[in-house]
Design a protein around this ligand. Structure first.
Ligand code: UDP
Length: 255
């Protein structure tokens, strides 16, 4: 179990990209009663947790939360005594997990996005990591009534890791609501727009923008209609939450 630090009202685990990949590999050999729910936290998620009680409840139920946004890492450096080691962007961690998983022939399943996007993402990733066992994919547009069937498909695939890219707050809610149906799977790893990146729909921001914590700006420039309001509102709110709910002075969202 990793230590955590309070940032913007949420406990964020002090993991690095390497240590998280090591945890995954170690967990695959454990006999877990249910999958571990591995979630990520960025400014948007911190803002959502403070305004949406259901999302807060679900994200708290995650077994591990890593810092997906550079702003969360900056906040930990400025406002706490025990900073996070680094940003673990899920779009990078996917590749860490695939590289670490290849020698063990880990089994990956992709759940989320449209049928066309997830198919293209799946085959692109399969080409890149041929030693991973690719056990299936499914689009992310299904109703709650269909979830039992979706879970059966996931379990029957034999997946070790299901990458769950349904967007917030749906992906966290899906994982929490269905964990009891997913015995045999090691990790349910939420991954937002990962499949859009892997399918080549969305380019990643240049490294200098990522290092300055400006990946959100790059994404907003690509999709201003969808993301401008999201990021302007949630970034301002997140900064307020960082300042008032981090480290020792924090008023904690979590009990
Ligand atoms: N999505 C989905 N089912 C839904 C709603 C969204 O599979 O009911 C997918 C959507 O197609 C996209 C992803 O979830 O691939 C969300 O991407 P977004 O960029 O919003 O996530 P972020 O990376 O910002 O968390």
């Amino acid at each position: 179990m990793s230590e955590s630090v309070l940032i913007g009202g949420l406990n964020v685990d002090k993991v690095s990209r390497d240590s998280l990949a090591d945890e995954l590999i170690a967990d695959v050999d454990r006999d877990l009663e249910r999958p571990r729910l591995v979630f990520s936290v960025n400014g948007q998620g911190i803002s959502m947790a403070a305004t949406d009680p259901e999302f807060l409840d679900n994200i708290r139920k995650g077994d591990l939360r890593h810092a997906d946004g550079m702003s969360v890492v900056f906040a930990s450096r400025l406002l706490t005594r025990t900073p996070l080691p680094e940003r673990v962007a899920t779009t990078d961690f996917f590749h860490d997990a695939a590289r670490a998983g290849e020698p063990k022939g880990l089994k990956f399943f992709f759940l989320g996005a449209s049928e066309d996007v997830v198919r293209r993402a799946y085959y692109a990733a399969k080409d890149q990591y041929p030693e991973i066992e690719w056990v299936g994919f499914r689009d992310g547009y299904f109703s709650e009534d269909e979830e039992a069937d979706v879970c059966r498909e996931l379990v029957e695939s034999g997946a070790d890791v299901v990458w769950v890219g349904l967007g917030r707050p749906k992906q966290e809610a899906f994982c929490v609501r269905n964990a009891h149906r997913l015995q045999g799977i090691t990790w349910m790893k939420t991954c937002g727009g990962l499949f859009d990146f892997l399918a080549g729909n969305n380019p990643r921001a240049p490294q200098w923008m990522q290092s300055l914590g400006l990946e959100w700006l790059f994404r907003t420039m690509q999709e201003p209609r969808r993301l401008l309001r999201r990021y302007i509102v949630t970034n301002a709110h997140a900064v307020w939450l960082f300042l008032t709910r981090s480290g020792r002075v924090a008023r904690r969202l979590e009990p």
